[in-house]
Design a protein. Sequence first.
Length: 232
Amino acid sequence: MESVPVRCPACRRDHAYVTPVYPCPCGEPTAPPLLRGAPVTPITHRTWNDDWVTVRCRGCGRHDQWPQPELCCPCGAVLRVPVRPVASPGAVRPAHIPLPRTAAAPRPAFRPLTIRTARDAVSAAAHYLTWLGFREVTHPANRPASRVGLRAAGLIAQVDSSTRPTALRDVECLWLNALNGSARGVLFSLAGYAPEARERADALFVPLFVMDLTGSPQPVNGAADELFSTGA
């Protein structure tokens, strides 16, 4: 697997980013080619069409569209890792994107749901909460465009699929709703969190997760790490 050094421009933390490897339909392990030495860029505005890159399989030569490599920094920033451009005449997005394998510890391996739309983000978060051990995770039939609430026994979660970092108000509103309902509040975001939102979540012990387009939520604060470790 290819690895490149990555420095977060927000907190200056250094990371070693490992390229996710996916199986091509022909069976050959395939990964987006990283562009070494190019600076990463924080994702503050998402457009679905820009979140895919063209990858060429070395085995069969097939060109397909794959999720843009991203890194979730513990500071809350979501970073886009640049890739080498690949010439692709008329490449089309496949109906199904092969999913990366994940480690099994301590639960069975989590099988992510690829995110292509805001609705997919909600489904991926619900799927992840079920994997953590929450039962009968539901969401309302009439769903807002970008912020959706999920509920389960003892749980109130919010999924922010907007193109801007989740704000302080979202953290405080979720915490108050969870407090009034004697439930645990959990936040999922596609674009990361504003610094003040991250600080307040740490103070209120609200778990924060960031999701990339592979549909694998990553904890970004201590409360989320604990939830990931212990489950529901």
